[in-house]
Design a protein around this ligand. Structure first.
Ligand code: BDP
Length: 693
């Protein structure tokens, strides 16, 4: 099995009793209505049932007499209407659905709109795939977040920035005339977890995407995605009016510039009436933006928002900004630039904020902007692609990372002001809500490179639908659909997945360390990086010296703690109270400082590094123990990748322990084997596992 089918595999159910039971309950199938979305739902059900139950289905025009699966909206189906579900459906919103039993004990999928029926159909198939009982069906589901969007960092030349599973999946040179069937499978996978938007191009954007020729290609993709409820968005380059519009400025106050964007929006919507809007990276890492003209982020965003507004589009304006001047503490910058603008954005602007204040590190505290801009819809940005987590080589299930951030309490309005409540709009009563995931999808046959990286795409979508689902449940679902329904497979593999994120932190950046990876590639260790722009080096962040290690962001240091609400601020500020996982993020700590475990900081650091590597050996044991439950191809692929991960984790460990030992001046405790080589070996670019990375 090459993994192409992702979690939508639909292999025949081997348990014959169960298969017969399902068949019995699905004697007849009736889908009311005839929209493109209904057609897609029927197609998917057909595909699913002919696979899982090895039975072709015919759809009946009317609900039948025997046990029937009935799907419809109150408008399209008299039968659904007679169930009097209208009130309940209304409370589930436009995308929600019910899966329930009617009075004759038929199974009913009901929704207010056809898109809900498509989502409900995928949910129903998931029940069969994971071999659930259909007896007491009483499922209500509605997304808690409105815009559930993938961000692709695909360039127009076919490459993918920070993509590790091949290149861009859009074949620009073949579009619009040839639409690869893969686009449809992409849409199916996304719709199956409720993803309803896709930003097609890199945030480091090329203005060419907004030219007529490319817009025709974008339209072709939008046409493929529309029946699956997925809107397209584009990353807009702020200086596009200059580059493709022949204007001399992109100043948002210039009337010609404003007209240019309005005309551009009209042009886009004449082709793509349901175009989603623009994503913008401005005045960050060299990208153009309103500050080039001494205008604020709000002025820039509002100009675009005004152009989109008559058509119902939105602007997703990124808060990942840091200026070209080296700041005294980079993590403070987004907060400082954006909080004064709270309330100044038009109502179709969302500010898209990375989960942490630095940059997608294996672990960061939550971004202090969450809870600090009550007048502005804030959108979460997670990174699914594993830029800082071992690319597509290391097995790291990221749902626990996403969950840790979503569940963090900002205390913005007292206890219980969780980040997820900021994101789902409930904390500040926001209608417009969103979550973005920087995708890990590429042209690799299995889409994501590592077979387990598919789980991160899946988990992102599920959490965008419901941020409270829990990473354990999501892992169970994904494993049973992707690999096997056998308990003896699911349990150990689930445990392995759930542990994998903490393990990834242990062998890279334990105890709150951050940004100590290799320069440029971000792959291997590079705690010694000390050249170039200060806030791109590692020494800037770890600040190791003979007295200790860590970045003092307390009130006596950079004072980044003051960007958090009390009592979070006080907790982070106090070296005795800060959770140990953030210790070195907020404090410069003496080598002999005593940790919760009773170890000194130095011993604790060494311990995390060694136990991280040991844990990968346990992951390997787990994987070996489930050999035979799944196909050879995927089994072997994962087994070999775990071997690489083990070697590379040991490399991280040895490099970091030896490097920091120069400052601590303390021995590696006897319990741990000495690294195989001296520090110089790990620092030599020619000795990296992948020379050049
Ligand atoms: C950084 C990546 C860079 C992205 C940037 C961003 O290294 O390639 O362009 O984030 O999010 O982590 O804009």
């Amino acid at each position: 099995d090459d993994g192409y089918r992702l979690w939508l595999r639909y292999d025949k159910i081997q348990d014959e009793d169960l298969r017969q039971d399902y068949l019995h309950q699905l004697r007849q199938i009736h889908y009311a209505g005839s929209s493109a979305r209904i057609e897609k739902a029927k197609e998917e059900l057909q595909r699913g049932i002919s696979g899982l139950l090895a039975q072709k289905i015919t759809f009946s025009d009317e609900p039948g007499n025997g046990p029937t699966l009935i799907a419809g909206t109150p408008e399209s189906s008299p039968h659904i209407r007679s169930m009097e579900l209208q009130g309940e459906l209304r409370s589930l919103g436009e995308d929600g659905y019910l899966i329930t039993r009617d009075r004759q004990n038929n199974i009913a999928i009901a929704a207010s709109r056809d898109i809900g029926l498509l989502y409900g159909t995928f949910h129903f198939l998931r029940l069969l795939q994971s071999q659930q009982s259909l007896q007491d069906l009483d499922i209500k589901s509605a997304p808690q977040i409105q815009l559930r969007v993938l961000n692709h960092w695909f360039n127009l030349d076919g490459t993918a920035e920070r993509g590790y599973a091949g290149g861009a999946i859009w074949q620009w040179e073949q579009l619009p005339d040839y639409k690869d069937p893969l686009y449809t499978d992409y849409a199916r996978a996304n719709a199956s977890v409720g993803i309803n938007g896709t930003v097609l191009n890199n945030v480091n954007s090329d203005a060419l995407i907004l030219t007529e020729g490319y817009l025709e290609k974008v339209k072709a993709l939008a046409d493929v995605f529309r029946p699956y409820g997925i809107k397209v968005y584009l990353s807009a380059r702020f200086s596009a009016p200059i580059e493709i519009g022949n204007l001399s400025t992109a100043d948002p106050r210039d009337p010609e510039v404003r007209r240019w964007w309005e005309k551009k929006a009209n042009e886009i919507y004449s082709r793509i009436p349901d175009f989603g809007g623009f994503l913008v990276k401005a005045n960050s890492e060299g990208q153009p933006g309103p500050q080039d003209y001494n205008r604020s982020h709000a002025e820039g965003a509002n100009m675009l928002a005004k152009a989109l507004s008559p058509h119902g589009g939105v602007v997703m304006w990124r808060a990942f900004v840091y200026s070209n001047e080296e700041p005294e503490d980079r993590v403070k910058q987004a907060y400082n630039e954006f909080t004064p603008l709270d309330g100044e954005f038009r109502d179709n602007v969302l500010v898209q904020v990375k989960n942490g204040p630095l940059d997608f590190q294996p672990r960061e505290p939550f971004h202090p902007l969450f809870g600090a801009m009550p007048e502005t819809p804030l959108m979460m940005e997670f990174q699914i692609t594993q830029e800082y987590l071992g690319f597509a080589t290391h097995l790291t299930y990221q749902a626990p990372l996403y969950e840790e951030v979503l569940d963090a309490d900002t205390y913005a309005k007292g206890e219980g002001s969780y980040v997820r409540k900021v994101i789902d709009g409930s904390l500040d009563d926001k209608q417009l809500t969103g979550m973005a995931g920087v995708a890990n999808i590429g042209t690799d046959r299995n889409w994501t490179g590592h077979p387990f990286a598919q789980a991160n795409w899946y988990a992102y979508g599920r959490l965008a639908w419901n941020p409270e689902l829990g990473s354990e449940r999501i892992a169970e679902e994904w494993i049973s659909m992707t690999f096997s329904n056998k308990e003896a497979f699911i349990e150990p593999v689930k445990e392995m997945m759930l542990a994998s994120r903490e393990i990834a932190v242990d062998y890279r950046t334990p105890l709150g360390l951050h940004h100590i990876m290799g320069y440029g590639s971000h792959y291997g260790p590079g705690p010694w990086v000390d050249e170039g722009r200060a806030d791109w080096t590692s020494v800037y962040y770890h600040r190791a010296d003979s007295s200790g290690i860590g970045f003092d962001r307390s009130t006596s240091g950079s004072n980044a703690v003051s960007q958090y609400h009390p009592p979070v601020k006080q907790q982070f500020n106090d070296i005795e109270k800060v959770p140990e996982k953030y210790l070195l993020w907020f404090h410069h700590v003496e080598w002999d400082y005593e940790l919760d475990s009773g170890r000194t900081l130095w011993e604790g650091l060494v311990h995390h590094y060694y136990s991280g590597v040991d844990s990968i050996r346990r992951m390997q044991d787990t994987w070996e123990s489930v050999e035979g439950y799944i196909d050879e191809q995927r089994y072997t692929h994962v087994a070999r990748l775990l071997e690489i991960q083990e070697k590379e984790a040991a490399f991280w460990r040895d490099a970091c322990v030896l490097y920091f030992q120069q400052f601590s001046g303390r021995p590696i405790p006897d319990a741990y084997p000495e690294p195989d080589h001296p520090l110089e070996y790990y620092q030599d670019p020619l000795n990296k596992y992948v020379p050049g990375l």
